[in-house]
Design a protein around this ligand. Structure first.
Ligand SMILES: NC(=O)C1=CN([C@@H]2O[C@H](COP(=O)(O)OP(=O)(O)OC[C@H]3O[C@@H](n4cnc5c(N)ncnc54)[C@H](O)[C@@H]3O)[C@@H](O)[C@H]2O)C=CC1
Ligand SMILES: CC(=O)C(C)=O
Length: 257
């Protein structure tokens, strides 16, 4: 029987790339996003391509939405095997401007969302008494804290920490918890980061911040969703069964650990 994967924030960007790859790998796909219009379009695309898929609208920062997402997946396909905590948001600001609203919002989506998603998936895996895989979106910013991205970097460090602690506690239930740490991928997220960053520097124009980050990549090009999906495909597969608690960097050579 085909396995079932949920990918949060998969209406576009890296999440959509991951969902496409897992669909090719033979998974039944549960698309998910807060943006209903984008999600409807993506679901149509998947169905037209023959991927056995459903879509659920939800907000990862709401615990009840995450548990509802798992319920909808199980109602549709009868089981759950992989939960990808992909949804995340960015924020750009100098350290001295960080405020309560920025901290609360970014932590609510990136950190609380990952915790709630992991809890909802783990509850289902334990009920099924099957091996389960939780795969979290971390970042190179979860290994190194970047200027102007302090709050974002802190959330990704927290994601890495929860990847470690959850993997230890959930191992007795055969649940593996790992994370992928992308570098610089030209999605809507980087469009927003670039647009915000250049506002703070008089000598920078739109596109310059992105260009500067890309110039620092050893392999000489920015990241494609497929590059990230290759790693997630491995983490979702049986080939990674002996790996848990790892936050693996895929960045073409920016951050060396
Ligand atoms: N683009 C990049 O260079 C990098 C991205 N990442 C991480 O990868 C993940 C995906 O990033 P991108 O695809 O680039 O971002 P994106 O902004 O292009 O796409 C994120 C998707 O998540 C959805 N979303 C946002 N808030 C949500 C919420 N509360 N509930 C449900 N869905 C929500 C959005 O509607 C969007 O479809 C994020 O966690 C991000 O932090 C990590 C490192 C680098
Ligand atoms: C968006 C992101 O995680 C970085 C540091 O590129």
């Amino acid at each position: 029987m085909s396995k079932v994967a949920i990918i949060t924030g998969s209406a576009g960007g890296l999440g959509k790339g991951i969902a496409k790859r897992l669909g090719k790998d033979g998974f039944k796909i549960v698309l998910h996003d807060i943006n209903k219009e984008m999600l409807d379009n993506t679901l149509k695309e998947f169905k037209d391509a023959g991927v056995d898929s459903v879509a659920v609208v939800g907000d990862v920062s709401k615990r009840e939405d995450q548990f509802n997402l798992v319920k909808e997946a199980v109602d549709a396909f009868g089981q759950l095997d992989v939960f990808v905590n992909n949804a995340g948001i960015d924020v750009v600001s100098p350290f001295l401007d960080i405020d309560e609203n920025q901290l609360n919002k970014t932590f609510a989506v990136n950190v609380n969302g990952t915790v709630f998603g992991t809890q909802a998936a783990a509850e289902q895996f334990i009920k099924q008494d099957t091996k389960g895989k939780v795969i979290n979106a971390c970042s190179i910013a979860g290994h190194e804290s970047f200027e102007m991205l302090g709050t974002y970097s802190a959330t990704k460090h927290a994601v890495r920490s929860f990847t470690h602690s959850a993997s230890k506690e959930l191992a007795p239930y055969k649940i593996r918890v790992n994370a992928y740490c992308p570098g610089v991928a030209g999605t809507a997220m980087w469009d927003r980061i670039d647009e915000e960053m250049v506002k703070y520097y008089d000598d920078m124009e739109r596109g310059d911040a992105y260009k500067q980050f890309v110039e620092g990549i050893s392999l000489g090009r920015s990241q494609e969703p497929e590059d990230v999906a290759n790693l997630v495909s491995f983490l979702a597969s049986d080939d990674s069964d002996y790996i848990t608690g790892q936050a693996i960097i895929t960045d073409g050579g920016i951050v060396y650990r």
